[in-house]
Design a protein. Structure first.
Length: 435
């Protein structure tokens, strides 16, 4: 995490004080369950809560202890004993470090998912608002980067809305999958601790018990979580690249908001660059970079090793913090995006009507020409227009072979822009419902 791309709400989830607070809650809830089962004195469990519930854990002291013990959980438990006193001997009864570490990580990941879901709602709201604003704003659709047929700018935004709606559904599923708790002891057999302790801790921490956990929670859950973040990041980049293309000088159909006093270049005062979209492209690459280690973390030796641990200490905070920042930035970018319908129309007209070629092709086949002959007739009139040698409609009207099938009035009708937009309402209803 670096401050430049970090929002405090997400960063707080991964701060040491938050982590130690969660560790304490796991241990204290486990003590409550153990006390109810008669394994430890009830007064001991009460003392743990009374002495440490509102404690501010001394991170520097824990780090000092860890430098000697070389074990983070033992360092924390030693510091907790300094706060709680003799009753601390009843803490961590029958538990192993992974019970604390894995359960804590899943608490943090679910909290991070909740923030990311709220971010996605912001993105969806911005996309919906702008989509309806430009529902019928015509623009050119491109395939291979080349002019194809007309669409609307609203359809481009509706496409993104549907994409991020799927992203939200996937993240909800990923949150559910990672929201498990393991308090099963060494190698996960519950030999030293009753399964009912796990059930109690899981409920208290807003999780569900892991059905079977060896000594660690299965990492396929986490692989799915980080893979989901990676897919969302790809969606962020897709729309960012779309905006970057539209802001090119030769296109200029839309551009990022340029604030008063903003500077685009240290050398060229005229520049207005798509820096936010470019930034989102870079951030998306970083989020996706953590997908591979998450997948590789699934493969652990036997019932437990810690090859996953070092990677997760980085990827948990970095992937969620980065995606959180990116989604909030994207929502603002879409909300403030400058849209230029006149330039969109200008670009639509640049190829002298060639965007209607398919409709002419189909009309010729419906009038009796073979598809092969129809294609040749249309293409031989289209190619001169590519070279800037005339207007497509006028060339068709002068083509004697075309005139055998289509009159001037029929050709004029085939160049109606509205024809391409007749199903926009249908698509919007599919995406947004009846709203």
């Amino acid at each position: 995490m670096i401050p430049r791309y970090t929002r405090p709400e997400m960063a707080s989830i991964w701060e040491p004080q938050t982590r130690f607070k969660i560790w304490f809650e796991i241990e204290a809830h486990a003590a409550d369950a153990l006390a109810e089962l008669g394994t430890i004195p009830k007064e001991a469990a009460k003392t743990v809560w009374a002495k440490a519930r509102n404690a501010t854990f001394d991170v520097a002291r824990i780090d000092e202890i860890e430098r000697e013990t070389k074990h983070d959980v033992i360092a924390f438990l030693t510091h907790l004993a300094e706060i709680v006193g003799p009753e601390a001997r009843f803490v961590h009864q029958g538990m192993t470090s992974s019970d604390v570490l894995d359960t804590c990580l899943n608490v943090q990941l679910t909290r991070a998912a909740d923030l990311l879901l709220a971010d996605l709602d912001k993105v969806l709201a911005a996309l919906k608002k702008r989509a309806f604003e430009h529902k019928m704003t015509p623009t050119i659709g491109r395939s291979h980067g080349i002019h194809a047929e007309p669409v609307t700018f609203g359809l481009k935004l509706a496409y993104a809305y549907a994409e991020f709606s799927r992203a939200k559904e996937r993240l909800i599923a990923a949150r559910k999958e990672v929201a498990t708790c393991a308090i099963s002891g060494a190698v996960g057999t519950f030999a030293q601790i009753d399964p009912r302790v796990e059930e109690h801790v899981a409920k208290a921490m807003g999780l569900v018990p892991e059905p079977i956990s060896t000594q660690v929670i299965p990492r396929d859950r986490h692989a799915m979580y980080f893979s989901t973040l990676g897919v969302i990041a790809s969606s962020v980049e897709r729309i960012a690249v779309e905006i970057r293309h539209m802001q090119r000088t030769e296109v200029l159909e839309a551009e990022e908001f340029f604030s008063e006093g903003q500077k685009g270049s240290s050398a060229m005062p005229h520049k207005r660059n798509p820096v936010l979209s470019e930034n989102l492209t870079g951030l998306s690459r970083m989020v996706r970079a953590y997908v591979t280690p998450a997948l590789e973390n699934v493969v652990l030796w036997h019932e437990r090793d810690i090859s996953h641990s070092s990677a997760e200490r980085m990827m948990g905070p970095d992937a969620t913090v980065t995606l959180d920042f990116a989604l909030v930035r994207l929502a603002s970018l879409i909300d403030k995006l400058l849209v230029y319908p006149a330039n969109m129309q200008k670009n639509l007209d640049r190829l002298g009507g060639l965007v209607h070629s398919q409709r002419v092709l189909l009309a010729l086949t419906q009038k009796g020409a073979s598809r092969e002959d129809s294609y040749k007739l249309v293409q031989r009139n289209a190619m001169p227009v590519w070279r800037g040698e005339g207007d497509f409609l006028q060339l068709l009207k002068k083509d004697a072979e075309v005139k055998k099938y289509l009159g001037d009035a029929e050709l004029d009708e085939l160049f109606d822009l509205g024809y391409h937009l007749k199903h926009v309402d249908t698509i919007f209803k599919r995406v947004f419902g009846e709203s």
